[in-house]
Design a protein around this ligand. Structure first.
Ligand code: ZN
Length: 327
């Protein structure tokens, strides 16, 4: 199945060196990366799209310093070199964590650039550690470097795009991403998340500061919400807002811990909802004339749900981008 006007191309960027970021018994574990990568491969097999798999270049210090304070980055490097540390009760550094964090950020840059340059229709970075809770000067919530924020900065520095929309359907609010872009009018941050829940932010009233007011859109969902509520939030509210914003790129913080099988949260989303939202997201990207959509892994702690949800997302995006489904 190919979209009209050219063959769909799926790109997977991942590297098992990220599996060296690990702490015994922690839910943010190496097997998650392989499960997400398997989901991308499953979608490629199901759709017949051309499939490429690449290893990432690590992000450079200059790239991560566009987002993070030098002293914080030095702390990460030093503590990992000393054998590891806990940044808070949830967030660990192991000896391989600094290298893994740079690979995760670099992979996210790579998928964003590949789509922006027209080299891929859907590009997925199967990475760990995740990023969306990391702010400029601190890690939190399993996150060390804010991968998607580093990718936004890289796209702009390369002159590829100015206006960017971030889609964040992880079950947790992306407080780090929101804070980094709070006063940035050319960045639209959109999020659904369980609320009230960790990290405590993400109320509808948080809409961005100063001249950027209106470029943060939070749609909190109460515990027990499922497919109907998730689809309604994206299809009737957030995706139309993205289309009106007319970004030059759409990047997805693709967390799958809103799935009903996930052990960390209390939403009841199924992979069918991720597919349905992805179809409409792909249709928005098509109508905006974008070459595709890039995604980076955030949460998702049930391995089977993670694999199926990643596959459903990519299949939905390809259908929406091709115009074979969706509005
Ligand atoms: Zn999460």
């Amino acid at each position: 199945m190919s979209p009209p006007g050219g063959a769909a191309r799926i790109l997977l960027v991942t590297d098992d060196a990220m599996d060296r970021h690990a702490a015994p018994g922690h839910p943010e574990r190496p097997a998650r990366r392989a499960a997400a990568a398997a989901g991308v491969e499953r979608a490629a097999a199901a759709t017949g799209a051309r499939f490429d798999r690449r290893g990432p270049m690590p992000a450079t210090i200059a790239q991560v310093q566009r987002i993070h304070a030098p002293a914080y980055l030095q702390l990460l490097a030093d503590e990992a070199a000393r054998g590891g540390a806990w940044l808070d009760g949830d967030t660990y550094l192991s000896p391989g964590s600094w290298d893994a964090a740079l690979l995760a950020a670099g992979a996210t840059v790579q998928v964003a650039e590949a789509v922006a340059r027209g080299e891929a229709t859907v590009a997925f970075a199967a990475v760990r550690p995740p990023g969306h809770h990391a702010a400029a000067g601190r890690g939190a919530g399993f996150c060390l470097i804010n991968n998607i924020a580093v990718a936004v900065a890289a796209l702009r520095a390369a002159g590829l795009v100015e206006r960017v929309a971030i889609v964040d359907w992880d079950v947790h609010h992306g407080d780090g991403t929101q804070a980094i872009f709070d006063a940035a009018p050319a960045l639209l941050y959109t999020s659904t998340h369980q609320f009230p829940f960790y990290p405590g932010t993400g109320a509808r009233s948080e809409q961005g500061s100063g001249g950027a007011r209106g470029t943060t859109l939070n749609r909190p969902l109460s515990a027990g919400s499922g497919d109907k509520e998730l689809i309604a939030a994206w299809v009737t509210e957030l995706l139309p807002a993205i289309e009106a914003f007319a970004p030059g790129a759409i990047l997805v913080s693709a967390g799958y811990d809103a799935h009903g099988d996930d052990p960390l949260a209390e939403l009841n989303v199924t992979e069918r909802a991720y597919r349905a939202v992805a179809v409409e997201l792909g249709a928005v990207a098509r109508r905006l004339g974008l070459p595709g959509v890039a995604l980076t892994l955030e949460g998702g702690y049930d391995l089977a749900a993670l694999e199926l949800s990643v596959a459903a997302t990519i299949e939905g995006l390809l259908a929406g981008l091709a115009g074979s489904e969706g509005s």
